[in-house]
Write a protein that binds this ligand. Structure first.
Ligand SMILES: Nc1ncnc2c1ncn2[C@@H]1O[C@H](COP(=O)(O)OP(=O)(O)OP(=O)(O)O)[C@@H](O)[C@H]1O
Length: 589
């Protein structure tokens, strides 16, 4: 726990040191107020017993004025502290978002890290663990200052009281720990259930899947699963609540026994020892405050232990180091791209997806990658874009291993459109490039045949995409979205353009137009693209045919068509046949 807390303080101190500075001030003011009150009350009683009423009145007046002052300062400080706590939490969200954006991509396809991300988010959202931990750290720090100060006064007074306090507090700790263990076990069990629950809930709420639910039983299946999860969760919570109530009543009993013991002892002590009443008041106050603070401190420690477990995933995520090899070379121009004996197996899996792949692409060449579903085409792109690193072999650009290039610069220089590209709910221009230049923006929009459409919109390129946050926002069709994604890639004006099934949602006419003008669209850049529409390969200089993770051939279309036994010939002819039938049908009508 101590290690985790130190790490937490270390991370949050770097994020917002002001919070900790105010925490010190609050603790200082708290202990000054406490000691002042005890001293002043004792002094007042002394004055009253000595019949010096004027002095007693003056002491009473000081007591009120200074308390008002201390209370005001403390309230102001606590107000600032609360503000800083909120700021810290917001900064932590930014920090985590940045972390997720920069963490190696393969972590995001790994169940362990997806679970870790969910656990970090769950602890913060459902339990406000980070906010609570900051507050508890502050209270615990105040308690330590109070305990040390009052403890020093108490040890000088009586050891037996310390012993009574010690034994009963120890018993309380054991009960609280037992309760905490039950609680933590419960939350650990419920997290995987919660992840599935949230998945079903969010999938059911997605408008784009509404059609699926109307025409298949998937919706019903998910609803049934949701109902099961809810019932299971309610049952588990019921069990937890029963156990928690038992521990709470045990704890309360122990605390009353502790209080009883101390007052009984003090009573006897006053019976047999003649003490000045003021001194007695002074020490009962110390004992009372010491006892109260010690009990709260134990609770704070226990809460801290619990919270430190809840924030453990956050700490693990925050401390996650990138395993990517980050070179320092800057890539300015792409002359050659070469895969040299590359083999690849996804992390934590056994199947080798790519098996000793070699091919070379020269500047300005247009390459199409063709193969059956699951043959490894997208994996080649993931390796080239360094979302994953090769298991064996090497990928060279300009004869230099891509690992030697600075990764941020490297990714910036590549223009990529993935199958699962995403448009965001910002304005159209920002979706292409947040720092766009209008002239270039319209130039690329024109290339993908979107210029007229966007110029016709009320706010032109400033129109919001989707109606999520703006009722005047626009929605595009799947094909238009794909054009936007291609425009985004073209805007980068990179030397190498990679398109992974960029035209699957385009209508045949638009697709044909894009391919016919492809050379012009991509401004004679080196281009690699994957498409299941075989007709698109005819526009390419060479076609890389991938079969079961191996390179079957790497030749121009005409050469490949000579071998009627080849996978390429069969794929091409099967689609050409369908296309012919469709045309004939249309002609017939
Ligand atoms: N993150 C991953 N972890 C484990 N296996 C994966 C992962 N991503 C893909 N695979 C597996 O790798 C194989 C190749 O996938 P890839 O996406 O490269 O195929 P593809 O040729 O692009 O297929 P398609 O034409 O269907 O898009 C598939 O069997 C797939 O299940």
């Amino acid at each position: 726990m101590i290690k985790k807390l130190i790490k937490f303080v270390n991370i949050t101190f770097r994020i917002n040191p002001i919070y900790y500075f105010i925490m010190l001030l609050v603790s200082g003011v708290t202990i000054i107020g406490l000691i002042f009150n005890m001293y002043q009350i004792t002094y007042m009683i002394d004055m009253l017993l000595n019949q010096t009423k004027e002095e007693a009145l003056k002491a009473g007046l000081y007591l009120v004025v200074i308390n008002v002052l201390i209370y005001t300062v403390k309230t102001i400080l606590e107000y600032f502290q609360e503000n800083e706590s909120l700021k810290t939490k917001q900064k932590i969200n930014h920090y985590l978002a940045k972390k997720l954006m920069n963490m190696p991509y393969h972590y995001l396809e790994n169940t362990y890290y997806l679970d870790l991300k969910e656990r970090a988010r769950f602890a913060n959202d459902n339990q406000d663990a980070i906010g609570q931990l900051l507050a508890q750290l502050s209270s615990a720090f105040s308690s330590v200052v109070t305990i040390v100060s009052l403890g020093a006064l108490l040890v000088a007074y009586d050891y037996i009281i310390i012993a009574i306090l010690g034994v009963t507090t120890l018993m309380s700790i054991l009960v609280i720990l037992k309760g905490l263990k039950t609680q933590l076990g419960f939350y650990k069990d419920i997290i995987p259930v919660n992840r599935k629950y949230n998945y079903y809930l969010s999938e059911l709420g997605k408008v784009k899947y509404a059609k699926e639910y109307r025409f298949s039983d998937m919706g019903k299946l998910m609803q049934r699963e949701l109902k099961d999860f809810t019932e299971k969760t309610v049952k588990n919570f019921d069990k937890l609540n029963k156990k928690s109530s038992l521990y709470e009543s045990l704890l309360a009993s122990l605390q009353y026994i502790q209080m009883g013991g101390i007052y009984l002892y003090l009573g006897f002590k006053t019976l047999y020892q003649t003490k000045l009443i003021s001194s007695f008041t002074y020490y009962t106050q110390i004992i009372f405050n010491f006892y109260q603070t010690l009990v709260s401190f134990v609770r704070q420690l226990i809460t801290l232990k619990g919270l430190s477990q809840y924030v453990a995933p956050f700490i693990e995520l925050a401390e996650l180091k990138s395993t990517e090899e980050k070179g320092s070379k800057i890539l300015e121009e792409i002359k050659t791209v070469e895969f040299k004996n590359v083999s690849f197996t996804y992390p934590n899996t056994k199947n080798q997806i790519l098996n000793n792949i070699s091919f070379k692409i020269n500047a300005n060449e247009k390459i199409s990658i063709v193969g059956l579903n699951g043959s490894g085409k997208t994996t080649i792109i993931k390796l080239l874009t360094r979302l994953y690193d090769v298991t064996e072999g090497e990928i060279l650009i300009n004869d230099i291993n891509i690992k030697e290039y600075d990764i941020k610069n490297y990714r910036k220089i590549l223009s990529t459109v993935f199958q699962d590209f995403k448009m965001f709910s910002y304005d159209i221009a920002s979706n292409i490039d947040p720092t766009y230049k209008k002239e270039l923006l319209y130039k690329v929009l024109d290339k993908v045949d979107l210029k007229d459409k966007i110029e016709g919109l009320k706010f032109k390129e400033k129109t919001s995409y989707t109606k999520d946050y703006d009722p005047e926002g626009v929605m595009f069709s799947g094909g238009e979205e794909q054009k936007m994604a291609i425009a985004r890639a073209l805007y980068k004006q990179s030397d190498l353009i990679i398109l992974d099934e960029p035209t699957s949602a385009l209508d045949p006419m638009t697709e044909a137009a894009i391919y016919e003008n492809f050379n012009e669209i991509v401004l004679n850049k080196t281009t690699i693209y994957i498409s299941h529409r075989m007709s698109s390969s005819t526009f390419c200089d060479k076609i890389l045919v991938i079969n079961d993770g191996k390179v079957e051939s790497f030749l121009p279309h005409k050469e490949l068509m000579k071998n009627k036994e080849s996978l390429y010939y069969q794929l091409f002819m099967s689609q050409a046949k369908n296309y012919k039938i469709t045309k004939e049908n249309i002609a017939h009508v």
